[in-house]
Design a binder for this molecule. Sequence first.
Ligand code: NZQ
Ligand code: ZN
Length: 388
Amino acid sequence: MFNFNFHIPTKILFGQGKIAHLADEISAYGSRVLFCYGGGSIKKIGLYDEIIEQFSSKGIFYQELSGISPNPRIEEVREGIKLIREHQLNFILPVGGGSTIDCAKAISAGAAYQGDAWDLVIGKAKPQQTIPIGTVLTLSATGSEMNGGAVISNMETKQKLSLGSPLLLPKFSILDPSYTFSVSAAQTAAGTADIMSHTFENYFSLNDDAFLQNRLAEAILRTCIYYAPKALANPHNYDARANLMWAGTWAINGLLSAGKNTDWSVHAMEHELSAFYDITHGVGLAILTPHWLNYVLNETTVQRIATFGTAVWGIYTDDIYETAKLAIQKTSEFFASLGIPMRLRDVGIGEEHLQEMAEAAVRHKGGKIDGFQELGAEDVLAIYKAAL
Ligand code: NZQ
Ligand code: ZN
């Protein structure tokens, strides 16, 4: 196991009704709030009214940034920064899924930065000073509620890139599973695929003897496999929603990657699909994952994939390759059973940009993707082609 630091100061308020503590939590950090949300789902579930009511009863000044897109845009970040500066806001409250939270994080880093916020996304500048954030999560997927990462898109340049800093860790996150009752079947499935992919990105590594982390990863995968079908069958199943939410939070907060070398191969490949075609992140991951695993299956990786097959899917055969292949097949069938379209063509992606996307995926990783197996542009292209 490699050396690591693990420090997540995000306070989690988990469970039904925890929103009652929102104003008090905010008051520990600020009194002038940028209230961020997406296209209006929070209004449909009554959360918007509840928050406004608390703001007015506790005398919290606020400005709204609404309409944040899935795959949040740099323009939306700039708009938020403008509001912070105009109204001297000192706290940011994103209420929604990963897109809203990520947009808020980029605003938090950009508000104190004198140049254009895109510099922070492309790595030209690092977040130095940030505005405190607290989140209210409404979709189980990205883990943004308990990590310091944010992913921002620039549709003009066809780039979707991430920035990260411990300074961007939310001060608190309110996780009420009942807010996810209204998440559509498609988003529930995509969110589950995202949680599983985060777990895979951490799990499929070599030579680190991070035994405990791998057993924790298997538990998260089994939780997703057990509860996602239940949440789809009954969207109001609180325990299913609660377990998915908590699984999502722990899949990408540093616990599973501690002591490991990981390079997030499938995310690197997927971010290009989203950047070029604006598709749902979790869907792109579900499509690519089985093809990536098939492509990297070889004598150095077979043991880990077979272990996954046995621990997570209960597959036992005499042949380690057969176990590994069955595990990949089961994973693909599981995603399909959730209703996820499983071919790139099903989400409108053809051959036209595959080469360009493959080159960009590798370029954005500094020349190669150095994960479970090293991937160059030709490897990524082959995986994209297999997924067509
Ligand atoms: O915009 P609204 O109206 O809120 O609707 C959203 C949106 O249309 C809807 N939704 C959210 N909560 C809902 C709901 N609908 C009904 N009921 C609710 N309770 O769901 C749609 C998708 O929302 P979005 O926030 O885009 O989804 P998600 O949480 O999957 O976030 C995806 C973004 O996060 C990035 C992705 O790349 C993508 O841009 N990621 C962020 C990560 C991070 N910060 O650590 C890691 C991930 O790997 C990922 O890359
Ligand atoms: Zn993801």
